[in-house]
Design a protein around this ligand. Sequence first.
Ligand code: GLY
Ligand code: MN
Ligand code: MN
Length: 466
Amino acid sequence: MFKPDVYRKRRDKLVKDIGSGLVLLPGNEDSPMNYRANTYHFRQDSSFLYFFGIDQQGLGGLIDLDNGTHMLFGDDAGIDDIIWMGERPTIQSLGEKAGVDKCYPYNELEKILKKAIASKRVVHYLPPYREERMLRLESWLGIHHAEVAKNSSPRLIKAVVSQRSVKSDDETAEIEKAVNIAYEMHTTAMRMAMPGIYERQIAGRIEGISLAHGNPVSFPVILSIHGQTLHNHYHGNLLKKGYIMVTDAGSETDMRYASDITRSVAVGGKFLPEQKDIYEIVLSALQSSIDEIKPGVPYRDIHLKASEIIARGLKDIGLMKGDPEEAVSNGAHALFFPHGLGHMLGLDAHDMEDLGENNVGYDEEIKRSDQFGLAFLRLGRRLQQGFVITSEPGIYFIPALIDKWHSEAKFKDFINYDKLQSWKNFGGVRIEDDILVTADGCRVLGKPIPKTVAEIEHTMSSPVSS
Ligand code: GLY
Ligand code: MN
Ligand code: MN
């Protein structure tokens, strides 16, 4: 945990920003996997972590905005808990670490909330993403569970997004630790990417690296020789020469900050000429975004510039045609780059996505587009110093999408469908870095993970055994 004062100040800022009523920030509970006693790995709610810092089940946080009292609710471990799960710190000692004024048994939370509702006080809460949280809010607040998300507090969402978007130096240092674990995961994946090995052997090894550092991966490992499927979690393919393996994986730190890194490598360690062509286009789109990232620039514009580099590069090798700028403004490049350039990163890999993508990535000035491709851009608004974001351009050959657009003759003035036929088995390339927006530019976080063709081929020239 950070010092108590850090959490206190963050909550005091909420008091100032929101004004009156109560702010309710429940923690997460254990969630059963296939029977009650067999639970998923526990993951604390990220906003609870941000404002109270305690990584433990069965807690709730409440701030009374009208008298400025900060409260923590939870029960000390009983003898059964101690027998099965071990000793736990007392709620009082946890409350001190979080800098609260008062600690109460958990069931007091419901009583205080019901009293507040009866006296028509406003209870501000964030939109729930777990069904059990919806049911709990239904019973605490007397709102039908189907209405719970709709009644969440726009003011609280706004205040939380504005605080969590700008990372302190201590938070950035945590993210950087997570990137350095990802360095080990990705260089190991590269060096294992040899013909005759199954994807699952590599996926298992890199997940193990994260766990061996003490924490789980920050999202399920994406690792596939069919990288054209953007979030491919199937790891049953045998690696063969001629394929590109896309690995998109990161780790969490003890404090639950995340990394989210992608590398794409040629199986066997030597890029074929056409693989190199595509790789270099994606790399130059990434590099151009790194050159552009600085406070004040809308990330949407950087996404569009990266898209133009992709369209221009694909034109140079004959897969696209026409004016690249026009192709991008029409959305034709999205056949190859159907997702957004990046998103915020922090306590979540997709930071604060539970608070609503548009609340996090867009604002009054920059609204989300509904154009295919651009619509998947999670972060469009102007960058600020202290944002930590990903840049993750890619080029993919998705046979079903190519066939669909071809059959509709969609953007036939921008896409060379004849030439594309022989590329349908190419797969995909994505390269993703984690980046801090600084006062006058940006800094790619962590120990540099091999990224150029030469760096990757060099790393892969010393394979590790499976
Ligand atoms: N790992 C998912 C993403 O890069 O957004
Ligand atoms: Mn990723
Ligand atoms: Mn990402």
